[in-house]
Design a protein around this ligand. Structure first.
Ligand code: ATP
Ligand code: MG
Length: 421
């Protein structure tokens, strides 16, 4: 992609009302556009990052047998009345049409997925053979969040991966749930924040004893967690008491307090949603059983925003290679014909080798401005072609998080990138 053709441009300032670091950097870089508090559009650069996150998650969901679907955002009011959440869910958007008919704008999809399944499951033949059954989607959610000052971390419209699993027995559920813990760890590791993300015990409300949150340490996090470094697990402050510590075999004096943001969670739903919709199967003896459920969420925008919060410096973003919008940012400096020709040649070669490259081919932009843009955009490798680099028979390569670059040849560049990307 040529930067001269990219429709977005970097900006010196973010909107005055934007107080969060993640949104400020993402807006200044042209990754996203703010529509109103808690609502953002993804622009080409941001969309590329989003798709990479999506693919990491999709690959992992498929690896444990997940089947991807896409459910509607408009949800029948009757379904929400059945579970009681039409009245109890504070952040539910209720939309009415000109005839006065009300629908919910989906904040989550238990009220949709369970009735869908009910259409297909009655006898053990329909279900026992397919259990565990895991269905997921990656889709926009709507929630009337009171505080929406954390940029991508807390949106009113945001993208979530939500998986729902269905089980004939407790063993089947537990087996699947435990596998999911590892799958989640893999996702956050692949997204570049594994080293800062802890599986955290949280209260499971009235339906199960604990749920597990995946919490990433950052000062802007809304949650407080207590980490046991030795075992790598943590407890949310909300469940922190002597009884819980005893049950989890954790010593108070070994725990470290940190602020953290929940990037994902996994939940034992038991029969909370299958009961109201009478989602059951009949066993070979003719006995009826209510199906057990689990649910598993990850906020994609929140994950993206979290990466920016924790992997950035005062100059801009430092993307992990796995989710960076491009692998290489190629810069041509100055108006010298030999430089422009050489940079074009490098660009062509990178493309031929299927290396994702953003080529800053813009004319009459100073070297300082190009460097500042490269730091703000945070693409992992910066490659500079200049009069100086040509004199030294090569180009300068520098990683975003390195201080100094070095001169290498085109062949060496291709070798480095093919091995790393
Ligand atoms: P929180 O306590 O932060 O409000 P939650 O418990 O309401 O989160 P869930 O309903 O379990 O979250 O949603 C699953 C995942 O969706 C969360 O782990 C988080 O990553 C993401 N998420 C939830 N609310 C938002 C939001 N307003 N904006 C962006 N992502 C969100
Ligand atoms: Mg919430």
């Amino acid at each position: 992609m040529r930067q001269s053709k990219l429709f977005t441009k970097t900006r010196k300032e973010a909107p005055a009302d934007e107080v969060s670091k993640n949104a400020e950097l993402l807006i200044r870089g042209g990754f996203i556009h703010k529509e109103m508090a808690g609502v953002y559009s993804y622009l080409p650069l941001g969309f590329r990052v989003l798709k990479k996150i999506e693919n990491i998650i999709r690959e992992e969901m498929n690896s444990i047998g997940g089947q991807e679907i896409l459910m509607s955002s408009f949800q029948p009011k009757e379904n929400w009345e059945k579970t009681g959440r039409w009245e109890t869910m504070d952040d539910l958007y209720k939309v009415s049409d000109s005839s006065g008919r009300e629908v919910a704008l989906g904040p989550t999809h238990e009220e949709i997925v369970v009735p869908i399944l009910k259409n297909y499951i009655t006898s053990y033949k329909d279900f026992l053979l397919s259990s565990p059954l895991a269905i997921y989607q990656i889709q926009n959610k709507f929630r009337m969040e009171i505080r929406a000052k954390s940029g991508m971390l807390r949106g009113r419209e945001f993208i979530m991966k939500d998986m729902y699993s269905f089980h004939a027995s407790k063993e089947d559920f537990e087996n699947f749930y435990n596998k999911m813990k590892d799958v989640y760890k893999t996702i956050f590791k692949k997204a570049g924040i594994g080293h800062l993300t802890y599986m955290t015990f949280a209260s499971g409300g009235t339906f199960s004893k604990y749920s597990h949150e995946f919490q990433t340490i950052t000062p802007v996090g809304e949650d407080t967690i207590y980490i046991d470094e030795a075992s790598g697990v943590a407890i949310n402050q909300e469940v922190f008491n002597d009884e819980v510590l005893g049950q989890l075999n954790l010593k108070k004096e070994k725990l470290v307090e940190q602020k953290a943001i929940e990037v994902g969670n996994i939940f034992d739903l038991k029969t909370k949603y299958s009961e109201p919709f009478d989602l059951t199967y009949t066993d070979p003896k003719g006995e009826k059983h209510t199906i057990l459920m689990g649910c598993y969420g990850i906020g994609l925008g929140r994950l993206l925003g979290t990466v920016v919060e924790v992997l950035s410096d005062d100059k801009g973003i430092i993307w992990p290679e796995s989710i960076a919008p491009f692998a290489v940012h190629l810069l041509s400096l100055g108006e010298d014909e030999a430089v422009l020709k050489e940079a074009e040649k490098v660009y062509e070669n990178l493309q031929k080798n299927n290396i994702e490259v953003l080529f800053d081919d813009r004319r009459e932009i100073s070297a300082g401005e190009k460097f500042a843009d490269a730091d703000l955009l945070g693409i992992p490798y910066r490659v500079v072609v200049s009069e100086r680099s040509i004199k030294e028979n090569g180009m300068e390569i520098k990683k975003r998080n390195e201080e100094k670059g070095k001169i290498i040849s085109l062949n060496e560049l291709l070798k480095i990138l093919k091995n790393n990307v």
